[in-house]
Design a protein around this ligand. Structure first.
Ligand code: KIV
Length: 271
């Protein structure tokens, strides 16, 4: 008899049931083993290995430079720390836009080389064929609409999307297309709360909002933003739960002054 208690993994079906039951879904990004372990053991439902790694881990201005190999490295690290939650990995810019064959090949690499449970990609009508192809290979796909950071040079700004009728109507159409193509969930980024409410109520799959108001079926934040590791990014939608930048700076300053004063290590800290 095993003394190890089996941990029941969150699956895409769990999320569907949560929507049905009106239970909100919590999702956060993570990019490495240690933070994945903290977030997972705290009880998060979903970890997104976001291509925001390009910003918060690599220091790039946009998500565009990160490669599929780099996403795979981050996802491999996260999966070792995530014992309970569902792990979704972003398909990075350039890994799926050319055609559905390339999209499937990229998704297969992520699933095979990382052990993750699902992939996410940005866009609506333009990526529907790729969603169908990936889903038909047995790989769960999360959609992402509204502000899609991989298209930042097309938008020209990180402002709220779908405020005008034409863009809102396209989003209404896109959520249905993604659902029909087999997406198990859709991220809605930076759109008006009432539009997010309307589309959330129109779907049987759960929506996960970021800057999309309280009516979504779940919420996602970039871990570095909500923990205050990244201090330069303070949009209205962000709630910062900690100020790690400040606390870590103070800790490092104490260490430096201890070393300089000869206070570290002390008698108990040596062999
Ligand atoms: O890459 C990311 O962190 C994301 C979230 C903002 C949803 O896509």
């Amino acid at each position: 008899m095993s003394i190890n208690k089996e941990v029941k993994r969150v699956t895409t079906h769990t999320l569907a049931k949560m929507k049905e039951a009106g239970e909100k879904i919590g999702m956060l990004t993570a990019y490495d083993f240690s933070f994945a372990r903290i977030i997972d053991s705290a009880g998060i439902d979903v970890i997104l290995v976001g291509d925001s790694a390009s910003n918060v881990m690599a220091g790039h201005e946009t998500t565009l430079p990160i490669t599929l190999d780099q996403m795979i490295y981050h996802a491999q690290s996260v999966i070792r720390g995530a014992k309970r939650c569902l792990v979704v990995v972003d398909l990075p810019f350039g890994a799926y836009q050319s055609n559905s064959e390339i999209a499937l090949a990229s998704a297969i690499r992520i699933m095979k080389e990382t052990g993750a449970h699902a992939v996410k990609l940005e866009g609506g009508e333009e990526v529907v064929e790729s969603v169908r192809k990936i889903v038909s290979a047995g790989i769960p796909v999360m959609g992402h609409l509204g502000l899609t950071p991989q298209s930042i040079y097309k938008f020209g700004t990180y402002a709220v999307r779908a405020k005008e009728d034409a863009e809102a109507n396209k989003l209404r159409k896109d959520v249905q297309l993604l659902q029909e193509a087999g997406c198990f969930s859709i991220v809605l980024e930076k759109i008006p709360a009432l539009l997010a409410k309307e589309v959330t109520e129109s779907l049987y799959i759960p929506t996960i909002g970021i800057g999309a108001g309280k009516y979504c079926d779940g919420q996602v934040l970039v871990m570095h933003d909500m923990l205050g590791i990244n201090t330069e990014f303070k949009p209205k939608f962000l709630r910062q739960y900690l100020n790690i930048f400040e606390q870590a700076t103070t800790a490092v300053q104490h260490y430096i002054s201890d070393v300089r004063a000869g206070n570290f290590p002390n008698e108990q800290e040596q062999y």
